[in-house]
Structures are given as structure tokens and as C-alpha cells.
Ligand binder design. Sequence first.
Ligand code: PGA
Length: 281
Amino acid sequence: MLRGSNFRRLNTGRVPHANHDKMFVAGNWKSNKSFNEAKEFANAMSAMPAIPEGVEVMMAPPAPYLAALGSSGLPCRLGAQNVSATGPGAHTGEFTADMLTGCGVQDVIVGHSERRDGYGDTDDTVAEKVNRVLESGLRVVFCCGESLQDRQTDVHFDKVLRQMESAILHLPLEVMDRVVVAYEPIWAIGTGLTATAEQAQEMHAAIRGWLVEAFNAEAAAKVPILYGGSCKPSNADELFACPDVDGGLIGGAALDPESFRAIIDAAGRVAANRMSIDTGA
Ligand code: PGA
């Protein structure tokens, strides 16, 4: 059982940002694609040029396909879209984090707004799921984000940072290298509306600042903070160029291998740029 270390103060102030050194592009197919279509996607991706240096890629197919894709399928990290908050036992229909590990899963998306809003994942459930994922040695892609009403009433920073507080604050420092945060404004998911680069950057900077306060600057710099919400080839370069945006969690545009690849290539351009700044080249 993960135990909270110290109480850490919720801080909504800004601190200078720090870059994660790799870009991360994560796809979420949600409840889409037949099994054959999933295999065709895997083949199409395998036939493409190697993933650019400095970019990590993950795809989260529907759960019934995980074992097959884990043993022979996708040329990238394998993600799950959900996990049980409980361990093994009499929990019909649930699947545990250890079961996912056995299927070749490396990353688990937790706290997606579609699960929070449609399937009863409360803040407490989400925190439990985060714990289960990390206890199993997997990496968690923790989703947070505000509704349109939250943004219109100017409580969006409070909303997001409280979600962080509820699911992340209690974690011990040593698991933070297996935590990815995905900021996904609910009003931008699947709607075609995208946060502007400024809106994304200021929220990502607030999340980074919160991580610095809650843990420390070194740990905060290593947590990839992804943007999600109608990210597509036409806006990925601009969003990824923001200093605190370390990649994207992609829904609709991850369903087509070509558009997913175009987003990976956008991440590759940004990664190359960040590496050249790091090395002073
Ligand atoms: P979208 O979905 O890219 O289709 O907006 C993003 C998500 O829900 O993760």
C-alpha cells in the first residue's frame, strides 16, 4: 500500500517552469475500432519510419485487445484506458493493475473526464486507481481538467489543482518518475475546440508549479505534462512548442495512423529543438 509522505501545501502560485526532457504522445482509442481494425493500425504503424529521437509514444486500445497487442502488436508503449480500484477477488467485470501488467501494459490512463462524468469515478476512486497502478509498477497517465462552466466562472485553476491534490499529493516522492499528468479541458475534448497555446501553457505552468511545491523542482521537471482536447496535426506544433507542454493525449486524431504519425512528428520537431537548446547546439 502506498503511504502518503508528508502533507504538502496546495499552492496555486506560479514558479518558473522546467522542461521534461522527452516529448510523450499518447493515443486513446476510447471505445472505437474492431479487433481487425486495431491490428491493421498496428501494421500501418509498424511500417512507418522509426519514432523520432526524444519522443515516447503510447497507444491505449480497448481493453479486450490488450493481451493480443501486448504480445505481437503495436510498435510503441501499450496503455490501458482504465483499471479497477480494487485488487483481485469477487469483482465481476473489473480488471486489476497486475492483470494489465501480465498483458504487456506499461501505462494506464486514470481519471479521464469521460470516466469521471459518465462512470462514477469520483476523486476518491481516481486516487485509489492511481495507487493501484503505481503499486503494480506501471506508469499512470493522470487526467485532470475543468468544465466550460469552471472556466467561465474563473475557477479552472482551483478545479485542476484540487484534482491534483486529491490524487497526487499523497504519493511518495520515489514514484513520481512514473507519473504523467494530462491536462484535458473538458470543453475541448472531442468538440473540435482547442485550448489556445496561451491557455494550455498557463495551466501547465500552474501544474508544474504545484508539483514543485508538492514535491521538489527536480521531480516536477521530470513529470511529463500532456495537453489533451482536440489536439491534431494542424495545432500540435503550436501546442507542443509551449515550454511546459511535453506532448499530448490524443483521442480522435489517434484513430488514423497518418494523423497520429503527424502528431508524433510534430513532437519530434519540438524534441529536436529542446535537445539542441539543452546542448547549446
Ligand atoms: P480528443 O480526445 O483528442 O478527441 O479531443 C482527447 C481525450 O479525450 O483524451
